[in-house]
Every structure is written in structure tokens, then in C-alpha cells.
Design a protein around this ligand. Structure first.
Ligand SMILES: [Zn+2]
Length: 572
């Protein structure tokens, strides 16, 4: 059982991970000045006020004030649990998460633990059965699937018989592995089938697909039903295996079944995934775009394939943000990716990929085929048809591309309408409102500078006396200085992380996100020194007034106070 994750590890992880990379993979960022910007993913907005700082490794939205580090981003954006976010980041930088013994992690995933364990046991059982069944091995051989690929995808075999699975019947039923019979004993759902485990992004088996090996059996493909750990519409077959195999995914091929994924992998095309017997939805597309910016949808060249492709296009439109590309590949009729690559091989398949239509080509060609563009009515119809699709695309350059192509086809008569269409989409052009100018008090500036370069406070001493002045923000500044005295080598991201859950947390992120950005080290040091001098002066002024007031009220002050007062007047 996993235990608590040591703080040192989290520090190390935050120092290694690049938050720009993590966020950019999910919300495309644009560099402006020193920071990266995007429209905030946490509140609706048309201009970018969501900033990500590479130096300080945090994000901050000037609109809704959401801020945090790479961990909190994954928790907020991907709805991950804390431990899952740590695991995900660790995977990116290639670190193994160490768990301290004795304490359980805070993630409330325990209730599903028996289901995961039970499904894992089933998977192991099926894999061991595959080795014992010559018929199943022969079938795989015939389809050209090697032992290596069978192992990579954990392919197994469910033997004949109704009661092969052992374990807690209730759990097995909940996991979809057993079927409950009225009044009788539950029996095995999968019998005499090749078994393909479906794994979630953490590699846990959550369901199975089963394929018959006897052509007489029905149905040819059988999937696990929905269960507490398996939601068909959210999962993608092969994504775990793909991400495990490579860190830098150039593109993802989306196919229609697990045999396509495995068949392609067998021929060296290891970038394929598949939906699970349902049409792909936007949630799945978003998930895939977060793993790669280029998606290629593969379909059979027949009518059913074209229809399925069009449905995918419709699901894609709203996800087409900066840098993302969707393409559509149609194989010659009668072929699916598996049969095509078996017949023609790897190189030919790559050639097909190169020929894949861009989304705008596919959109345009499909609609043009439906309208007779040689007539002006047909052209008008084309513009009408394009309109609802173009509207959904958030990326201006893609809209322009489609519309300029329409422009080439339409006559002067349609020019006005086209202009209307163009101007409507142009209204969405992003104009970023800069965060309001901030007033820089010495305290605010000192905090901002320390967050840029914590080492500024090294050897400074605790400065506690300043707290007497009650200058706004002074307690936070002293707290930060205190922290740095304790951990002189602390990085910005770790320093910010120390204030997680602190009453000052959001204030701190706000200050960290504020300008000015000072470029060179020397002026950073000088400016910080200047802030401290000004705060010291405030303190002197405060003490002087206090002692004078005391003298006026009481008629006298102590000897030490007299000495102090004298000193206070000699300091300039
Ligand atoms: Zn926001």
C-alpha cells in the first residue's frame, strides 16, 4: 500500500518540472514579454489574462485570481487527485515517486481499490491462460501478432466454461466480469475469447474487450459493461501503452478498434489508439489533444467510414485551438488499418498518413460535394452550410483559411455575404487587456523581488522589529524572509509551495504575478536593498514618534530609551 509522499521529493519535482510545458500541452500559451499568456481556462473570457511564469513556475489569472503551481494546475484543470498529479508530473520528468511507509495518501481512491485489484487479477489469469491454449496462440500467429506485442498489450485468453474466475463474486460482478443470474450463481461474462485489457492513463486495468476465436461464436466483439471504474465515453484504448512507449508523441492515429491498434503496433506504427465501440466524443478528443497536438482520424473508405469521419469532425471543431491539427485519413475501400498494413506494410501506411486530408479540406470537400457550386444558388448554399461549422472553430487562422478558400469559389455577388461572415468571425479577435498598473509600496516590491530571487534574503537576519510598524503586508514579508533563513537555497516554486493553504497564499501569488520584471541581477539586488532601507526608515520614524509621544505623555523615558532616541536621530 502506498504511503505519504516525502516533501523533499515534491520540492525536487517542482524544481524539475516546467510548468509552461505542462500547461501548454493543455492550454496553448503564447509568449509575450517574459511571461506566457492564454485565455483563462478557469473562467470564460475573450482576452488573455491568464499568465504563466517560467521563472517563477506558477500561473496566475488577473481576471479570476486563480493561481498555483504545476501540481495545483493538474488538480484544477485535469481534476486529478493530489497523488495522481504528483505521479503524472513525476512521469514527465522520469522520476519514481517514493512513498513513506505507514501513512496512506490522502487521495480518496480507496473505495475502488478492490475493483482495480480484482480486474488486475483477471488480467493476470487471462494472460496465463493464453500460454496454455494452442488454439488462441495459433490465432494470434495467423494475425501476425508476436509474443512481444501480446505482452505489451497484456493480451490474454478467457477459456471455455462458465465458472473460471475466482475471487470475490460481488466485486467481480461490480467490475463487469460476472453476470448475475436470477436466483442462480453468477457466471463468467467472457468465455472462449481473446482478452484485451483496457487500461486507464495510470495503467490500471479497468475493463476488457473480448474477441471470439471461433467464427461461429457471437458476438464477434464483446466489451465490459460500464462500471464504477469504466466509463466507455471517457476512455481511449491504447493511450496508456502509447504514452508509456514515448514521451514525445508527434501525432496520434485514432482508429476504430483494438485490433487496429495492435495490428499497427505489430508493424511498427505505435501511435494508434481506438475508441471503445462508440463514436468519439469531444471529451476524448480533448484528452488526446493534451497528449499530442496532431490527431489523425483513420477510417475505412466506405460510406460508413465517411459518416463516422464527419461525426468526428463535428466533435473536433471547438477543440481546434492554437497549434492543434486534426486530419482525416481514408483507406482504400474494404480496408481497415489492420488489414491495410498487413497487406501493404509500414511504408505504404506512412504514405497514406502523408496524404491525410486536413480538417479544412475534409470540411470543404464534403460540403462542396453537396452543393452545385457551378450555380450561384449552389455557392450561396455552400456559404450557408459552412457558417455553423466555421463559427465553432476558436482558431482565427483556421477560420481564415476556410473562408479564403470559399472566397476563391464565390462570385462578386457573394462577396458581401462572405465579408459579413468574415467580419463576424473577426470580432472574436483577441485583444488582451493588461492587468492594471500596480502601486509599488516597498513591502510589495520587496515580496515581489524575493519571489523572483529568494537568495536576496540570505543572511539578512529576521528583521522582526519591522513588524511593530504595522505597515500593510509587513507580516507576510517577514514570514517569507523567515522561510528563506530556514532554507537559504530554496527555489521560487518551493517557496510558493510552502505557503499552500496559508491565509496569505492568494495574496502571495498576486504579488508574484505583478510587474515590474527586472532583467539584470545587479538592479534586482539594488532594488531589494532600497526597499529594505525604506522600510528601515519607516521603522526609525515610527520609533522616534513613539518615544517622543511617550516623553510628552509621561514627562520622562528610561535611560535605554534615551540612548535609543539619540541614536534614532543620528541615523539618516
Ligand atoms: Zn481566470
Amino acid at each position: 500500500m502506498a504511503g505519504k509522499i516525502p516533501r523533499l521529493f515534491i520540492d525536487d519535482l517542482l524544481n524539475r518540472v516546467d510548468i509552461v510545458e505542462v500547461i501548454d500541452a493543455r492550454v496553448p500559451l503564447k509568449k509575450k514579454g517574459k511571461e506566457y499568456w492564454a485565455c483563462c481556462p478557469f473562467h470564460g473570457e475573450k482576452s488573455a489574462s491568464f499568465s504563466v511564469s517560467q521563472n517563477k513556475q506558477f500561473y496566475h489569472c488577473f481576471g479570476c485570481q486563480q493561481s498555483g503551481n504545476a501540481i495545483s494546475f493538474l488538480i484544477e484543470y485535469d481534476h486529478m487527485e493530489f497523488v495522481e498529479a504528483i505521479e503524472t508530473l513525476a512521469q514527465i520528468v522520469g522520476l519514481e515517486v517514493p512513498y513513506e511507509q505507514g501513512q496512506a495518501p490522502s487521495a480518496p481512491t480507496h473505495s475502488f481499490e478492490p475493483l482495480y485489484e480484482s480486474l488486475e487479477q483477471c488480467s493476470n489469469y487471462f494472460q496465463s491462460q493464453l500460454k496454455l491454449n494452442p488454439l488462441a496462440i495459433e490465432y494470434l500467429k495467423q494475425r501476425g501478432i508476436s509474443g512481444d506485442i501480446a505482452r505489451d498489450f497484456a493480451i490474454g485468453f478467457a477459456p471455455k466454461g462458465w465458472n473460471n474466475l475466482t475471487g470475490n463474486k460481488k466485486t467481480l460482478t461490480e467490475a463487469g466480469m460476472l453476470i448475475e443470474k436470477d436466483g442462480g450463481q453468477p457466471y463468467d461474462r467472457f468465455r472462449h475469447r481473446l482478452m484485451f485489457p483496457i487500461r486507464d492513463r495510470r495503467g490500471r486495468t479497468i475493463a476488457f474487450g473480448g474477441r471470439v476465436i471461433d467464427p461461429e461464436d457471437n458476438p464477434k466483439y464483446l466489451n465490459s459493461p460500464e462500471s464504477p471504474v469504466f466509463h466507455k465515453g471517457s476512455e481511449i484504448y491504447g493511450l496508456f501503452e502509447l504514452k508509456k512507449g514515448t514521451n514525445n508523441i508527434d501525432h496520434i492515429l485514432i482508429t476504430e478498434g483494438y485490433m487496429d491498434v495492435i495490428g499497427l503496433a505489430q508493424h511498427g506504427v505505435k501511435t494508434a489508439v481506438a475508441t471503445l465501440g462508440t463514436a468519439i466524443n469531444n471529451e476524448q478528443i480533448e484528452k488526446l489533444f493534451r497528449s499530442s497536438k496532431s490527431l489523425i482520424f483513420c477510417f475505412d473508405g466506405d460510406n460508413a467510414g465517411k459518416k463516422a469521419a464527419w461525426r468526428s469532425l463535428e466533435q473536433c471543431l471547438t477543440s481546434l485551438k492554437e497549434g492543434r491539427i486534426a486530419r482525416f485519413l481514408f483507406l482504400p475501400e474494404g480496408h481497415d488499418p489492420d488489414s491495410y498494413i498487413q497487406e501493404f506494410g509500414h511504408q505504404a501506411y506512412l504514405g497514406e498518413i502523408d496524404k491525410a486530408a486536413t480538417l479544412s479540406e475534409f470540411l470543404f470537400d464534403t460540403l462542396t460535394a453537396e452543393c452545385d457550386i457551378s450555380s450561384s444558388e449552389g455557392k450561396a448554399m455552400l456559404l450557408d452550410r459552412l457558417d455553423p461549422y466555421v463559427k465553432q472553430i476558436p482558431l482565427q487562422s483556421l477560420k481564415d483559411q476556410i473562408l479564403s478558400r470559399a472566397e476563391g469559389l464565390t462570385s462578386d455577388k457573394h462577396e458581401a455575404r462572405l465579408q459579413k461572415l468574415l467580419s463576424r468571425s473577426n470580432n472574436n479577435h483577441e485583444t488582451r487587456i493588461l492587468p492594471p498598473e500596480q502601486t509599488w509600496t516597498p513591502t510589495r516590491l520587496a515580496i515581489n523581488l524575493l519571489l523572483q530571487k529568494p537568495a536576496l534574503a540570505k543572511g539578512l537576519g529576521n528583521q522582526y522589529e519591522l513588524s511593530e510598524t504595522k505597515i500593510p503586508g509587513i507580516d507576510l514579508l517577514l514570514k517569507i524572509i523567515d522561510r528563506i533563513q530556514d532554507e537559504p537555497e530554496i527555489s521560487t516554486q518551493n517557496l510558493l509551495h510552502r505557503f499552500q493553504g496559508d491565509a496569505h497564499e492568494s495574496h502571495l501569488y498576486q504579488l508574484a504575478a505583478m510587474r515590474p520584471q527586472i532583467e539584470d541581477e545587479a538592479s534586482l539586488d539594488k532594488m531589494f536593498q532600497d526597499c529594505l532601507n525604506r522600510l528601515q526608515k519607516e521603522y526609525i520614524k515610527y520609533r522616534r514618534n513613539l518615544l517622543i509621544k511617550k516623553l510628552q505623555t509621561n514627562g520622562s523615558i528610561s535611560e535605554s530609551e534615551k540612548t535609543e532616541l539619540k541614536q534614532l536621530f543620528t541615523i539618516q
